[in-house]
Design a protein around this ligand. Sequence first.
Ligand code: SF4
Length: 222
Amino acid sequence: MNRTLLINEIFLSIQGESSRAGYPCVFVRLTGCSSRCTWCDTRYAMTNGTTTSLQNIIDTIAGFKTPLVEITGGEPLEQENVYPLMQQLCNRGYNVMLETGGFHPVSRVDHRVHKIIDLKPPSSGSSSNNHETNIRIALKAPPAEQALFEFKIVIAGKEDYEWATRLLQRTRINEHCPVVMGTVFSELSPAILASWILKDHLNVRMQLQLHKYIWPPDMRGV
Ligand code: SF4
């Protein structure tokens, strides 16, 4: 069967986020997302895309000669054929990352994939869609696999930060899996978020979106 995905773009860049920040990485951006976060920075990926066979995607990735690959969007888990794509990339020895908005359970994702799962705070406008199922899936995973779950919280202000600290206190997910926390670019100073984290001795990893400092913040394909 000739399986396809609707692809917005495939490009080589520097991984800007997560515990792999700084490494060269091939990004595969899938088209479409049923959510509408207020500060979404990839709205251009909501509709525009090219139907592409899995083989063609794999061949394009191979051309970049880079072992780290991130599947992103849009919301990649809204296209069924993303699952065999991730599996085939793992089978070929790639170090595969998935960036998901967190509204869909990651239970069908190949266990070898490094899963970056958003936890959406109130300012996103999508907080009610939050899928705490993924926290429960991560907590039940064998310890060796928990390292491949990473939760991401993007903070726009104090209300978001307090929401996040309550979530971490309630679930204790940051005692089991890495939790990265960053700011909505140009909405909240990283220095302010850093001061809150330090004051509260919060066990999270603060991150900046590296690509927005290397290149113009609204530049595509980086
Ligand atoms: S889940 Fe991600 S892609 Fe979808 S609207 Fe929110 S930020 Fe944008």
